[in-house]
Design a protein around this ligand. Structure first.
Ligand SMILES: [Zn+2]
Length: 178
């Protein structure tokens, strides 16, 4: 891992920690998930995650807002955290796939799994690989090209090597995409 990459990973960790602890105190309100994200209770990918419990889980799910980042789960209370600016400026496909990814984390959190297990690098963490795999399968299903899926997976701090490692870990064949 290069020095810059290492620094980026460190920064990322610090930021995700801040996001889920200190800065969250700035969050003023939570709103019901179903008020902001309509129709997910009928979505097949989401039903694949929660099965018969889908409606109940989504009805109880709360959304809190942040001023930075994209989307995440607050592992203290199981709330979905969303950057409002990302909601208004991000691509609809990215947001949709992020919701699928984060709902996977909600399910993992309900199962008592550690979403931020520090023994793993982000792209090697089993909970992340599972959530990404689920989102990428859905991306394929809705017809995203392999290139688009790569773009979706590449976060600002990720080097090409790290992105390739993530894609290897996800282990979904992108060749079949157009
Ligand atoms: Zn994740």
């Amino acid at each position: 891992m290069s020095g810059i990459e290492y620094f980026a990973m460190r920064m990322f960790r610090v930021l995700s920690k801040l996001r889920l602890t200190g800065l969250l105190r700035l969050v003023a309100e939570t709103v019901p998930f179903m008020k902001y994200f309509k129709g997910f209770e009928k979505n097949q990918a989401v039903r694949g995650i929660f099965g018969g419990e889908t409606e109940g889980v989504l009805r109880n799910l709360k959304v809190g807002f942040t001023w930075f980042g994209y989307m995440g789960v607050d592992d203290r209370n199981g709330h979905l955290m969303v950057n409002k600016r990302y909601l208004s400026s991000g691509s609809k496909e990215d947001i949709y796939l992020d919701v699928i990814h984060e709902l996977c984390h909600i399910k993992q959190h309900m199962e008592g799994r550690d979403l931020f297990d520090p023994r793993y690098d982000y792209v090697d963490r089993p909970t992340e690989i599972e959530a990404y795999r689920y989102a990428v399968r859905e991306a394929k299903r809705i017809g995203l090209t392999a290139e688009k899926i790569r773009q979706y997976l590449k976060t600002d701090w990720m080097s090409t090597e790290v992105l390739d490692r993530l894609i290897r870990n996800i282990d979904v064949n992108l060749e079949e995409c157009q």
